[in-house]
Design a protein around this ligand. Structure first.
Ligand code: NDP
Length: 321
């Protein structure tokens, strides 16, 4: 059985490679070709989590699971918050054939899926990216989103101004773009075209009233029915697109809070991103609309990435079933 380590994932699963893989995986999901269970989460001590995400790319296609721990305090020590394995099985014999470094896949596939969503939902003239958070996902989102829009600037906000400055400095060197920091979330988003919420915040840091018309948002930081990064008003005001409808109905904290407050119903999720990507449902309808892509993260994204690393010459069948 092969093991693909962090360095190999980083070297080979580039954003250029991964973004089209995410488009195809999310379309396959929305066509009903893939099979998956809702993510299970076992709470551990001190807020740490153990997540189990099983799925199959089709009934005669690669299958497997991601086993992932989430330890938020790792950030302060410079370690990945998400660690684990994607275990891949091949469909003919049912044999496990490969284990892949899940922390690195998670960083790259999440940002690549957001980039595919941004490409579909943001205004074509979107130029100003705002990152709320300066951790691993903030870095990967900047790297992926600058491939789908011609960015002219990036603004970073985070709780520590010192960390925000040093992150902005690193990003500026890496991407060759002007990167500045903001002293508050409201100030950060004031002129945003695209906002990525990529924090471990447990209560909303972003209010709908601060978001200007025409903005596209990728809500990424909350991936289970608990923490929420944005308020109910933003959910209510936006054209709300899910990575997986079933996932967001059960585990999308921002959506669940707005529904519990009686502000929205299930139909407020207008589409899955796969439906927008395949042209079945229109994403953005006007330059003024606020669009949201709610990312919980999905096993099909992990399996498609792992398969591309394991068997780059044999793509996952387009029609898995
Ligand atoms: P990191 O640990 O690398 O970074 C976490 C970031 O959140 C840091 O900027 C940290 O800065 C900030 N933060 C922590 N607590 C708060 C708070 N209360 N308010 C504001 N900022 C806060 O994590 P990642 O970048 O890997 O992941 C970011 C988030 O995205 C996590 O919640 C993670 O679970 C989620 N995630 C979602 C995925 C998906 O598919 N949707 C996939 C992977 C991750 P500081 O502590 O200095 O404030």
């Amino acid at each position: 059985m092969r093991f693909i380590d962090r360095e190999e994932v980083a070297a080979r699963l580039t954003y250029e490679v991964c973004i089209p893989i995410m488009r195809q995986a999310m379309i396959a999901l929305s066509r009903g070709e893939t099979k998956q269970l809702l993510r299970s989460i076992i709470p551990l001590s001190e807020g740490r989590l153990f997540g189990i995400m099983p799925g199959a790319m089709g009934s005669h296609a690669p299958f497997g699971a991601k086993l992932i721990s989430v330890c938020r305090d790792n950030f302060a020590d410079g370690k990945q918050s998400h660690q684990g394995l994607v275990v891949l099985f091949e469909p003919e014999t049912g044999a496990p054939v490969c284990a892949v470094h899940a922390g690195e896949i998670t960083a790259i596939r999440t940002a690549s899926a957001s980039a595919a969503a941004t490409d579909a939902l943001a205004r074509k003239d979107a130029r100003r990216l705002v990152l709320l958070g300066y951790g691993e996902q903030a870095a990967s989102h900047a790297g992926a989103i600058c491939l789908v829009r011609d960015l002219e600037s990036i603004v970073v906000w985070g709780r520590s101004p010192e960390r925000a400055h040093s992150f902005a400095e690193r990003l500026r060197t890496k991407l060759g773009l002007p990167v500045s920091t903001a002293g508050s979330v409201q100030e950060a988003v004031a002129h945003a075209d695209i906002i990525c919420t990529v924090t471990s915040a447990t209560e909303p840091i972003l209010r709908g009233e601060w978001v200007r018309p025409g903005t596209h948002l990728n809500l990424v930081g909350s991936s289970y029915a608990g923490p929420a990064e944005v308020d109910n008003d933003l959910v209510l005001r936006s054209r709300f697109v899910a990575d997986s409808r079933e996932g967001v109905l059960h585990q999308g904290a921002e959506f669940i809070r707005a529904r519990a407050a009686g502000l929205v119903r299930d139909e407020h999720i207008v589409a899955e991103i796969g439906q927008v990507l395949m042209g079945e449902i229109v994403g953005r309808r006007s330059a003024e609309e606020i669009t949201v892509y709610k990312s919980l993260g999905h096993i099909v994204q992990d399996l498609a990435s792992a398969w591309a690393l394991y068997a780059p010459q044999s793509p996952v069948p387009a029609h898995g079933i």
